[in-house]
Design a protein around this ligand. Structure first.
Ligand code: NAP
Ligand code: GDD
Length: 337
């Protein structure tokens, strides 16, 4: 019998890579998708076969982290061996504009998933997508025992979800693991996160269809890794004898400005001619520096990052150049249903 996984956030960056990983390992994968007025499954369309096809192993269900009843019936019906809670309002700047919604989905959403799993009493394992944002203003290097000091409604919600997962482990004996993931990027990264915003703009400026790139604070330091490698750590953290919490990071810090410089330099352009500071992208409270110490994950999970900063930037810029080319040639075909 193939193992069964349920993923919230399957339509997001990480959900798409995790689905690929699990399908390749022989899992049957169920994903929770939100109702939206536009198609939102673009990142997983390449994996999707019609659910009535005999070889179908990926199934999408309408649900929402704000709707406890649908989460309960999904878990009861699917009876997953593993649940990966990746769903979230995941944008830090946006969380200042929609703090209540962010707390509800990113914080209480985890509680609702955990409670539905507990009530189903099926002994499933639970992964919570926790975040380095929880460390906030506590200086690097950050590791599992570094105190949290969240600096945004998003980070506060993630702290709540983190402790709720720990609490379900300690109170109910459930296998709950937190991955404290530092920033991880890819060509599938949402276009309003800084890395993708930059690489997309670089491709467009090179092609002559964009003049300027408006950015906020260029000084913050982030520890940027490659998303497909981070979903391996998610899976590994559910395959251990005991549930535990792990920092997942490269250990290398770079400023936003370094990312910008490297991306423009890759296509032979000088970033100073194109980048304009726009305070609209400043945050009411900034997180100045996140650099993770992933020693525990390396020792316990045998996980290690492979893709380094310059390669990550190059992969993302080249993917956005290719995407632009495909769009121009009308080569993008969407499988919508
Ligand atoms: P993402 O691309 O923004 O994806 C978020 C996913 O959550 C999407 O599938 C989204 O659905 C879904 N979602 C949003 N609101 C929901 C709701 N009310 N009910 C159900 N699903 C909802 O994020 P990501 O980069 O893949 O990150 C995955 C998880 O890891 C998130 O929890 C994020 O906070 C956390 N994390 C990410 C990073 C990182 O650097 N990427 C680092 C640390 C932690 P739609 O597609 O319909 O919008
Ligand atoms: N998004 C964005 N847009 N960020 C900008 C911009 C801009 O125009 N200009 C400068 N920045 C700076 C932000 O102020 C922040 O310091 C840094 O770039 C990174 O911003 P994001 O790419 O939006 O990511 P994040 O670090 O705030 O949050 C991401 O990583 C977290 C893990 O540390 C998200 O993926 C979160 O969901 C995740 O938990």
């Amino acid at each position: 019998m193939s193992r069964v996984a349920l993923i919230s956030g399957i339509t997001g960056q990480d959900g798409s890579y995790l689905s690929e990983l699990l399908l390749n390992k022989g899992y049957t994968v169920h994903g929770l998708k939100r109702r939206s007025s536009t198609f939102n499954t673009e990142r997983i369309d390449q994996l999707d076969v019609h659910p009535r096809q005999e070889d179908a192993r990926l199934f999408l269900h309408y649900s929402d982290l704000s709707d406890p009843a649908s989460l309960s019936s999904l878990i009861r019906d699917i009876r997953p061996d593993e649940i990966y809670n990746l769903g979230a309002q995941s944008h830090v700047r946006v969380s200042f504009d929609v703090p209540g919604y962010t707390a509800d989905v990113t914080g209480l959403g985890a509680l609702r998933m955990l409670e539905a799993a507990r009530a189903a009493d099926i002994g499933c394992r639970f992964y919570q997508a926790s975040s380095s944002e929880m460390f906030g203003s506590t200086p690097p290097p950050q590791r599992e025992d570094t105190p949290f000091h969240p600096r945004s409604p998003y980070a506060c919600a993630k702290v709540y979800a983190y402790w709720t997962a720990v609490n379900y482990r300690e109170s109910w004996g459930m296998y709950c693991a937190n991955g404290i993931l530092f920033n991880h990027e890819s060509p599938r990264r949402g276009e309003n996160f800084v890395t993708r915003k930059v690489t997309r703009a670089v491709a467009r400026i090179e092609a002559g269809i964009q003049d300027k790139l408006y950015l906020g604070n260029l000084d913050p330091v982030r520890d940027w890794g490659y998303a497909p490698e981070y979903v391996e750590a998610m899976w590994l953290s559910l395959q251990q004898e005991q549930a535990d919490d792990y920092v997942v990071a490269t250990g290398e810090g770079h400023t936003v400005q370094e990312f910008v410089e490297t991306a423009f330099a890759h296509v032979g352009l000088d970033w100073r001619q194109y980048v304009v500071t726009d305070p609209v992208y400043f945050r009411p409270a900034e997180v100045d520096a996140l650099i993770g110490d992933s020693g525990k994950a390396r020792r316990a999970l045998g996980w290690a990052p492979k893709t380094h900063f310059a390669d990550l930037v190059r992969v993302m810029v080249d993917a956005d150049r290719q995407l632009l080319e495909d769009e121009r040639m009308g080569r993008l075909v969407r499988v919508d249903r």
